[in-house]
Design a protein around this ligand. Structure first.
Ligand code: PHE
Length: 372
């Protein structure tokens, strides 16, 4: 067996030559310095300190050296590896700090941004307005009644004394459903609810019915083929036109304020006799017909100098209607009225265009959202 190779000259082992070690170390330090992110640095660590790196391979050669040469070679390699590890550690902490800083910037949450980018919705003014009207009557002990919007022709017309050939049928341009002779219409007014109520209840009856109605009208600033009416019906013993007037005056004042009352103008509805158109005291000039125009009084634009504004129709229920709906017309009498809810809201809120109520623009609706 041969002994240790005491003549072995470490300088002859290429990987351990001091220039080789220094160049491996310098390559490593340069690669470390060049690494600009942690991912690259990880690869540099593998390439320059891993098992197959030049310095690791050189280190492995040390064992093969004669004992007296090992110390010096070991010191040289150790120093080089130490320098590389130190540089790696320093570069790692620099890149980690950079990474952290970048993440802080990239993932910053701006807590000052507004949080209400999905604004809360608002109930539609027609809904709140209908409820307000119903509440005025409920406070007087009335009940709220409802009926279908797709209605029997008989209830919409015939029961209300509007027979098939009655000329007044043409007053309400009707949407008929197919087939034409099936006797089903989109209700043209809320008055069929009167008929339905009388057919299903016994007097005394005090009901108010807000609801949607349909007519083949143009769609413009003051007309719409779909609009809303509120119908009132009172049936009791001894009901007269005076009760009707008092009720509508109260309704007007509750809706538009103190001093806004009503007047009646003779009119005709087949289902009421006598019948009247209801006018409101103009809520702008308050009946004065003129307003202050800056340089003196000018005619009020809202009522066109009339002092009054058309509001709806009303009358004493025609006994023929009472009888058609099974009410004893000798014992009971009643009054009924109907007016446009949309029109009422236009007055109340100073709206210029009816279409604003139907076009669903939330910027319009939201303004009413807090009304209770
Ligand atoms: N129904 C009538 C209309 O739509 C209004 C009305 C209701 C008139 C009740 C009198 C009584 O024009």
């Amino acid at each position: 067996m041969s002994g240790p190779n005491t003549d072995y000259d470490p300088v002859e082992v290429t990987p351990l030559k001091s220039e080789e070690v220094e160049s491996a170390r310098d390559d490593a330090l340069a690669a470390i310095a060049d690494a600009t992110d942690l991912e690259t640095l990880k690869q540099v660590r593998i390439d320059h300190t891993g098992d197959r790196s030049p310095l690791a391979l050189a280190n492995r050669e040390i064992g093969a050296l004669p004992p007296q040469a090992r110390k010096e070679a070991g010191q040289r390699i150790g120093k080089a590896r130490g320098a590389v590890n130190q540089a790696l550690a320093a570069r790692t902490s620099v890149l980690e700090a950079e990474h952290e800083e970048r993440m802080l910037v990239e993932e910053t949450v701006d807590v000052t941004l507004p949080t209400d980018r999905v604004p809360p919705g608002a109930r539609h003014p027609i809904t709140t307005g209908s409820e307000l009207i119903a509440d005025i009557f409920v406070a007087m002990g009335w009940e709220v009644a409802e009926g279908p919007v797709i209605e029997a022709e008989w209830l919409n017309f015939d029961a209300l004394n509007l027979g098939p050939d009655h000329p007044a049928r043409t007053m309400q341009d009707t949407f008929w459903t197919d087939p034409q002779d099936n006797g089903i219409v989109l209700r043209t007014h809320t008055s069929p609810v009167q008929a339905r109520t009388m057919l299903t209840r016994t007097p005394p009856i005090y009901v108010v019915c807000p609801g949607r109605v349909f007519r083949t009208d143009e769609y413009d600033a003051t007309h719409s083929p779909v609009f809303h009416q509120v119908e009132g019906l009172a049936i009791d013993e001894g009901i007269s036109m005076a009760h009707l007037k008092g009720t509508l005056d109260h309704f007007a004042t509750a809706m538009f304020g103190e001093g806004i009352t009503t007047r009646f103008r003779p009119s005709y509805f087949p289902f009421t006799e006598p019948s009247a158109e209801v006018d409101l005291v103009c809520f702008v000039c308050r009946g004065a017909t003129v307003v202050d125009g800056g340089d003196g009084p000018v005619a009020c634009r809202t009522c066109r100098g009339e002092g009054w504004i058309e509001w709806g129709g009303c009358g004493v229920v025609n006994p023929r209607v009472l009888r058609a709906c099974g009410v004893d017309s000798d014992r009971y009498s009643g009054f009924a009225f109907g007016m446009g809810i949309d029109r009422t809201l236009m007055f109340r809120h100073g709206l210029e265009d009816l279409r604003d109520l139907f076009e669903g623009d939330v910027r319009f609706t939201t303004a009413f959202g807090t009304e209770i």
